[in-house]
Ligand binder design. Structure first.
Ligand code: NAP
Length: 343
């Protein structure tokens, strides 16, 4: 078993790490870390638990640590807020730890993989160009993950000219305590700080081509507009896409359904079907479909052809699972699986 430390273990994403890693076939939680306010407390006292499964017994009594690089562990999963994650993660990497980060701080660094294993596994090779004793691998912004997973099979088969996306993002995306209830109940807020920029830049890096020590960004136009909506979990995306080559609705659904790039690796957190196309007119919906594939599948519906090369559809991604902790864990599993080749 590989020993795992979770930074930001008391937050909403940290709780998903705890949930997924407390019963994992080759990772075991050895350290839970958070802010100085939580350090020294038992995990069950420090955390405001928000999941509908109980706090796993094996972590209840663990003492929360400060985020300092003195842990006995093999891998570090970081769910720290982006405004403080950068320097803390740097300390861990300088001290020789392998860090898998959810935070935005290092996502756009040239030598840092911004990885969704089903989409750009080859970008993992960027870590060979990191000159530090440890390494850092990041996963993208939560909405970006849902968008890019849906775009990847379209891009591979038909090319992409342009993308417009409008998001409807759940309140858990803002962490805890997040958005004030008086701001979000009975309301939609048409602004999420830095979110549109992240979607527009991260997508082109993830879908770009690896060129030795950097990624050449994918060359398509993309516009994003983000809204916060009163949903607990699950980000919805209304997507418009223009392809380079002609396609039909049937072609695109086939591309979604046949998208199973990890099927031979048998990774515990990889869903059998990364993309699930739901033909019913009223699908997908956060309440009904966010947990498909154990929260790791992206649900797609409402695919409409506008003209020979222009389509629109709706995608749904569980923001704290596939959009955060689940993607980081899958990155960890892939690293563990391929590590022999890298060393
Ligand atoms: P959160 O609920 O606000 O949790 C933040 C965590 O960081 C808590 O454990 C907190 O510990 C800890 N922390 C805060 N300040 C700290 C400090 N100075 N030193 C050490 N630890 C500190 O946030 P979240 O929603 O889980 O998000 C975590 C990260 O994942 C962020 O970078 C976010 O952008 C990213 N992300 C979130 C989502 C999502 O859907 N929520 C999706 C994708 C990516 P205390 O409890 O002790 O304060």
């Amino acid at each position: 078993m590989k020993k795992i430390a979770i930074l930001g273990a008391t937050g909403l994403v940290g709780q998903r790490f705890v949930e997924f890693l407390s019963n994992h076939p080759f990772f075991e939680i050895s350290v839970l870390a958070a802010s100085d306010n939580s350090a020294g407390k038992r995990y069950s006292q420090a955390v405001q638990w928000h999941l509908d499964t109980p706090i796993p017994d094996k972590v209840c009594q663990m003492q929360v640590q400060k985020c300092e690089p003195n842990f006995d562990c093999d891998y570090v999963f970081s769910a720290l807020p982006s405004d403080i994650a950068g320097p803390i993660e740097d300390e861990f990497v300088k001290s020789g730890y392998i860090v898998f980060s959810n935070a935005a701080s290092h996502r756009m660094d040239e030598n840092v993989p911004l990885m969704i294993p089903e989409v750009n596994l080859d970008h993992l090779n960027l870590i060979d160009h990191q000159k530090t004793p440890g390494k850092i691998i990041t996963n993208p912004n939560c909405s970006t993950i849902g968008l890019v997973m849906a775009l990847k099979p379209i891009m591979d088969r038909f090319g992409i000219q342009q993308v417009h996306v409008v998001t409807m993002q759940a309140i858990s995306g803002a962490g805890y305590p997040g958005v004030a209830s008086l701001d979000i109940l009975d309301n939609v807020i048409p602004y999420i700080k830095n979110e549109e920029e992240k979607i527009m830049t991260e997508s082109r890096k993830i879908l770009g081509n690896l060129k030795n020590d950097h990624v050449e960004f994918a060359d398509f136009d993309i516009q994003a507009q983000c809204n916060r909506v009163p949903v607990q979990d699950g980000h919805m995306l209304s997507v418009f896409v223009e392809t380079c080559q002609k396609a039909t609705v049937e072609d695109i659904i086939k591309a979604f359904e046949e998208f199973r790039p990890l099927k031979d690796l048998n990774l515990p957190t990889a869903p059998e079907r990364p993309l699930i196309y739901l033909p019913e007119q009223r699908s997908p919906q956060p309440k009904l479909h966010r947990n498909l594939g154990n929260g790791m599948s992206v649900s797609i519906g409402r695919l409409v052809q506008i003209s020979e090369k222009r389509f629109r559809f709706v995608a749904l991604v569980h923001n704290t699972i596939r959009g955060a902790a689940g993607c980081a864990i899958l990155n960890g599993e892939v690293y563990e699986f391929l590590r022999e080749d890298l060393e």
